[in-house]
Design a protein around this ligand. Structure first.
Ligand SMILES: [Fe+2]
Length: 262
């Protein structure tokens, strides 16, 4: 499987065709960057037709305050100067994480569609799981070994999951990480490991050792949530909604394969 693929679909007007190309690419790459038609790509209805094409859409929306799922198809990641305590609405950098850390069966794919880009900054960033493993193996081998053998506990809303930061499944790395969703009562030695990892991941972002996508309106990234870490660089904005990404999820790869063959 490749780390990333870019699809230039700017001349494709059919949402069904876009859906087929994107789902096909998701079978072969962990990150799929899409440039859609310059007018159609600005319309939520167009993207709704894309993501519902194969019936794989799943809600990833949650109440920002409680963390409880809302069941809504779309989750708007929208700058709001009045709600700067929540990453979803803030202009601050968001550390690398997986969305499904505290969900027992998280969606296979998450996507972010750019509706409005920040005037300055706000790149969506990724670290590929394989790259991260190599970095840890080279630069922090003791931390890596400890992380492999230590279950962590993530909790948000009513979701609680106990799992290591990374494990191997059928030759693929599966990641589960969100520093801010870690159980507050972890034993001190495990807490120390997580602080070390958090610090290392922040360094990767500040040193720009990430795959960066400064998404423009009509562009999207689809990514395998458990096979990459994703985050956001800080941005500058003034007014509510000045930066706005539409987020959603798609269900499992096996369902995807059978559906794509329909
Ligand atoms: Fe996220």
């Amino acid at each position: 499987m490749r780390a990333q693929i870019s699809l230039d679909l700017r001349t494709t007007m059919s949402p069904e065709r876009v859906a087929d190309r994107v789902l096909d690419a998701c079978q072969t790459a962990r990150i799929v960057h899409v440039s859609a038609h310059p007018q159609l790509g600005l319309q939520r209805e167009f993207w709704e037709a894309v993501i519902t094409r194969h019936g794989l859409e799943v809600s990833v929306d949650e109440d920002a305050a409680t963390g409880e799922p809302t069941g809504a198809l779309w989750s708007d990641v929208e700058f709001n100067p009045a709600a700067q305590n929540f990453f979803r609405y803030s202009s601050s950098a968001q550390p690398l994480h997986t969305d499904g850390s505290y969900i027992s069966e998280p969606p296979e794919f998450v996507f972010l569609i750019c509706h409005r880009a920040a005037p300055i900054g706000g790149a969506t960033v990724f670290v590929d799981g394989d790259d991260l493993f190599a970095i840890l193996d080279r630069e922090a081998p003791e931390l890596l070994q400890a992380l492999i053998h230590t279950p962590l506990r993530f909790a948000k809303g009513s979701g609680v999951v106990e799992a290591p930061f990374l494990l191997r499944e059928r030759d693929e790395l599966i990641l589960r990480w969100n520093y801010y969703a870690l159980d507050r009562n972890l034993p001190a030695d495990i807490r120390e490991l997580t602080v070390h990892l958090h610090s290392l991941l922040l360094d990767l972002m500040t040193q720009r050792r990430t795959r960066r996508y400064l998404l423009q309106p009509g562009e999207a990234v689809f990514f395998s949530d458990a096979r990459v870490l994703h985050g956001r660089e800080a941005f500058v904005a003034q007014r509510r909604g000045e930066r706005c990404l539409w987020k959603g999820g798609l269900s499992s790869a096996s369902a995807l394969t059978s559906s794509a063959l329909r």
